[in-house]
Design a protein around this ligand. Structure first.
Ligand code: SAM
Length: 268
């Protein structure tokens, strides 16, 4: 197979055969599932998916790769190749009313965070059930980090408000052609938004998280002061269980939600 490459589109193609299978295996039985693949490239995992899913919709921005796959799967009515930018595609419209879909992809690393936010929005709408995604190891470590560890931050909190995250395995650059400069990790997400359970409004709480994590070196109180809360509001609302000098990085989501609820009462 000839591998022409557009580096700007994050094209590092997976060539490790056992990794191709392991990624698809991570979604389990797909015989009744609709699966959306992001960035199929030359079809490293598309071939395996096509044989296993009820329906496969693959979204590829590169016109020549989309054409190559459209030709390859011309006799597979369950496979649909769409030439499009995933970030400009409304995933909700791809899934039949009343059904859910799973997402899979060896992601183009330059837009990993944007894709994650897009998936969390679709997951909140109840349209997505699970996702298995390969991304740069450092980003995967942030998405899956627990509070209190070095990598925990806004991306971790946002991800874990929206999904249960499993860190599955890591691949060396040699698994790809051409090899990227970084290691890659595969995560599995089960979309399970926690906003209702924690009694917070999704949009307002997302904004609150951004304020809490605005500056990593500042304490939570200082970040909230910078966001416009007064010292008096903070002292009235501050839960006894949260140390005054705490940083956002050390707080469990339950405590973060408790602080948000308490502040909403004081500000209202
Ligand atoms: N899935 C293939 C594999 O594992 O070998 C290719 C993975 S490669 C890391 C990322 C793929 O995403 C490339 O095929 C690239 O053209 C495609 N891509 C880049 N930006 C995209 C976008 N905005 N929307 C859809 N696909 C995109």
């Amino acid at each position: 197979m000839q591998m022409k490459r557009k580096p700007k589109l994050g094209q590092n193609f997976l060539v490790d055969d056992s990794a191709r299978h392991a990624i698809v295996d991570a979604l389990g039985d797909l015989s009744k599932r609709t699966v959306i693949e992001i960035g199929p490239g030359h079809g490293a995992i598309t071939d395996i998916l096509a044989a296993r899913c009820h329906k496969l919709i693959a979204l590829e921005l590169d016109r020549s790769l989309a054409a190559e796959l459209t030709f390859r799967f011309r006799d597979h009515p369950q496979v649909q190749i769409l030439e499009c930018d995933v970030l400009k595609t409304d995933l909700l419209t791809l899934v039949p009313e009343g059904e859910t879909a799973d997402v899979i992809g060896n992601l183009p690393y330059y837009i990993t965070s944007d894709i994650l936010l897009q998936l969390f929005a679709a997951g909140s709408a109840g349209t997505l059930a699970r996702a298995v995604l390969m991304m740069q190891r450092e980003v995967a470590d942030r998405v899956s980090a627990a509070p209190g560890v070095r990598d925990y931050g806004l991306l971790s909190a946002t991800a874990q408000m929206n999904a249960q995250v499993d860190n599955l395995f890591t691949l060396a650059p040699s698994a790809f052609l051409p090899p990227p400069d970084v290691y890659s990790t595969v995560l599995r997400l089960h979309f399970a938004p926690r906003f209702a359970e924690l009694g917070v409004d999704p949009e307002e709480f997302n904004l609150f998280l951004k304020q809490c994590f605005a500056q990593k070196r500042k304490t939570l109180q200082n970040n909230l002061r910078a966001a416009g809360y007064s010292a008096e509001q903070l002292s009235r609302a501050w839960p006894a269980s949260v140390p005054a000098q705490a940083r956002a990085e050390s707080l469990a989501l339950e405590s973060m939600a408790e602080l948000y609820r308490s502040l909403s009462h004081v500000v209202a």
